[in-house]
Design a binder for this molecule. Structure first.
Ligand code: TXA
Ligand code: MG
Length: 316
């Protein structure tokens, strides 16, 4: 049984597994990651195999802090400002890769850039401290599926493929990190995520555009099929059709669905983000003809929530 409570002993064992080329699933504040030693190409290859992920899609490398980030990436003043404002936390920075730092090419897809993030989670940080290795970790789901926010989700997706699944309970934030590239001459948002765009713009004192989905290599992750339940989604629903399940938001939803999950009865966007993927999973298993999704306001975290919902609706 690969799911184990994340005790100190379990974290030591997980660190040993990573050092020996194994893969380990662990919690972060956003979603669970499927981790491998980023210096070990064979270990990283196992992650791609487990996810059935297209090889060209690069991975985020998890490090404890800014000092460690300097080992693998080159931080200019803009990058440093963002790291100081948001790390540890749910922001991934795409930086020019530091030459000779030993990161496996498979991690960066040979792009010459590297995505780095210092997670704000006790267990992730304890694992980083114990291994002292950079941990390449995509979300611990099969490619094109919903990201896992509990250890049970990881087990349902990947079974006993990881050597261990460290159980740290449900992820507090529930949506992946925001990805910002500071590798070009001006910062670009590559993926909407847990840090709202406005918070990044406030730190930088400038507008940060969202990369176009058809831009060549800027954001390979955006080309991937993503966040897909098997049941079709009907977005912006204000009523229910026969046979539908309901993903509700706020106090006033229609009633009578096959099953209902309310992302936040009080209409709180942070709560809704934290519940989004678990809610989609639960309704996907309800045997409904479709999942009707109530409108979610498109400001703050709502922007990332709506991004994930649009992808989930489009992916089929
Ligand atoms: O919250 C998160 O970010 C989670 C947890 C586990 O940390 N990780 C995660 O990783 O969502 P993943 O692999 O599912 O998403 C990585 C995203 C992809 O969209 C990928 O294309 C982008 O980051 N990315 C990684 N390296 C990049 C690079 N060098 N240039 C451009 N985009 C990059
Ligand atoms: Mg993912």
């Amino acid at each position: 049984m690969p799911v184990v409570p994340a005790t100190e002993e379990a974290i030591r064992q997980a660190a040993r597994a990573l050092a020996n080329g194994g893969i380990v699933a662990f919690p972060t504040e956003t979603v669970y990651g499927l981790g491998a030693n980023a210096l070990d190409a064979r270990a990283v290859a196992k992650v791609f195999a487990a996810k059935e992920r297209p090889r060209f899609n690069p991975l985020i490398v998890h490090i404890p802090d800014i000092a460690s980030a300097e080992t693998y990436g080159v931080l200019d003043a803009t990058a440093r400002g963002l790291a100081e404002a948001f790390w540890p936390g749910p922001l991934s920075l795409v930086l020019p890769q530091r030459e000779g730092s030993g990161i496996a090419d498979l991690v960066t897809a040979g792009l010459g850039t590297i995505a780095l993030r210092a997670p704000n989670h006790k267990i992730a940080q304890a694992l980083l401290a114990e291994t002292r290795l950079p941990i390449a970790a995509p979300s611990a789901n099969r490619s094109g599926r919903i990201s896992p926010t509990t250890a049970a989700h990881v087990e349902a997706e990947l079974g006993d493929i990881p050597a261990m699944i460290l159980d740290g309970g449900p992820c507090q934030r529930g949506i992946e990190s925001t990805v910002v590239s500071v590798a070009g001459h001006s910062p670009v948002l590559l993926r909407l995520g847990t840090v709202p765009r406005a918070a990044i713009e406030a730190v930088l004192g400038r507008a940060v555009p969202l990369a176009r989905e058809d831009a060549p290599i800027a954001s390979p992750g955006q080309l991937e099929r993503h966040y897909a339940p098997d049941t079709p989604l009907r977005l912006g629903a204000t009523d229910l059709h026969p046979g539908e399940a309901l993903l509700a938001f706020g106090p006033n939803g229609p009633s009578g669905g096959v099953q209902t999950v309310n992302l936040s009865p009080s209409g709180d966007l942070e709560e809704a983000a934290a519940n989004l993927f678990a809610g989609l999973r639960a309704l996907d298993g309800a045997g409904a003809s479709a999942i009707a999704v109530m409108p979610i306001p498109d400001h703050d975290l709502g922007e990332a929530i709506n991004d994930r919902l649009r992808r989930a609706a489009k992916a089929r």
